[in-house]
Design a protein around this ligand. Structure first.
Ligand code: NDP
Length: 282
């Protein structure tokens, strides 16, 4: 039976450390979040950001825009936040309505205020492996924290990531390579080719971020694998992951619950990035 990897406990410890550092820096940082349109998932995430920010003494500004806002108007607003000295971090909350180009807008955020680590300059630093002043995408970093908490020596282990998004799969592949893990990244074409089970079956570390409820069957899990389930799916009023939890728990050595695994750590990683941004701006 697997040990549970619960993000909340680790998150509480990290938040306390960050709070001490803000106090030591004698700063009351300001975090600005841009939210466009109505999306229940995004609104819930923004609420949890505001709550943690408050507990850290961070001023959280929520800037809401109607779904019909133009790219030019949002771009102008980002520039305004860039130039405001008091603003230390900027979040462009995903998802954006279809007529807005996320990549174009995120690249307008001042890289030193890019708390989500999604500006091309910060993504570039990740690819180059540079460690100074870098900000790493929060969910990928949360997964790495959970992996580190197992205290397993990761070198040479075989990892399989299912999902190749910019916020999870791609940065995680780079972070795992930095730890000398052997990495395979699967995606929808892997499934279409009928190869997903085969890859999952040899994973000593399995990370799944697809948004497809219970896509990964428990019987596919290698005995003793570390299983990190990023997926959040609402099915019949309940939150479940991308991995079939019960049978996977029987086979894995460590496993994240959904909810309560990766989720609570994601906001903690956001605040850690805010601290890095504040330091970079000093
Ligand atoms: P995206 O939709 O951006 O990416 C999903 C990825 O999964 C894509 O690469 C896609 O492949 C792949 N995929 C979809 N279907 C299959 C399939 N049948 N077989 C193999 N691969 C498949 O999602 P995100 O990365 O933004 O989010 C993924 C999940 O993680 C969601 O449930 C989301 O809610 C959750 N999430 C949780 C967070 C947390 O803090 N716990 C934070 C962020 C996200 P392709 O590229 O080929 O389309």
């Amino acid at each position: 039976m697997a040990q549970l990897l619960e993000g909340k406990k680790i998150a509480d410890k990290i938040i306390a450390e960050i709070k001490a550092q803000f106090i030591a820096l004698n700063r009351q940082p300001v975090l600005a979040c841009i939210l466009v349109g109505d999306n229940a998932g995004a609104e819930a995430y923004v609420k949890s950001q505001a709550k943690i920010a408050e507990s850290l003494g961070v001023t959280y500004q929520l800037h809401k825009f109607a779904a019909l806002v133009s790219e030019v108007e949002l771009g102008e607003f980002i520039k305004q936040l860039n130039s405001e000295k008091s603003v230390n971090g900027i979040i462009l909350q995903m998802p954006l309505p279809k007529h807005l180009d996320y990549e174009k807008l995120v690249s307008q955020i001042e890289p030193k205020k890019d708390v989500e680590g999604l500006h091309p300059e910060n993504m570039g630093k990740l690819i180059c492996g540079s460690s100074s002043g870098r900000v790493v995408p929060c969910t990928a970093n949360a997964v790495m924290e959970l992996l580190n908490s197992t205290q397993v020596d990761l070198r040479g282990l075989e990892a399989v990531i299912v999902g190749r998004s910019k916020i999870v799969g791609k940065p995680l592949a780079l972070l795992l390579l930095e730890k000398s893990v052997t990495v395979t990244v699967c995606h929808s074409a892997t499934s279409k080719a009928g190869k997903l089970q085969e890859h999952v079956n040899r994973a000593q570390i399995l990370i799944v971020a697809t948004g497809k409820a219970e896509l990964i069957k428990g019987s596919w899990i290698k005995e003793g694998a570390i299983v990190l389930d990023v997926g959040i799916n609402r099915v019949e009023g309940k939150l479940i992951g991308d991995v079939e939890f019960k049978p996977a728990e029987e086979r894995a050595s460590f496993i994240t619950p959904v909810p309560g695994g990766v989720g609570p750590l994601t906001v903690a990683m956001l605040m850690r990035n805010l601290l890095a941004c504040v330091k970079a701006q000093l």
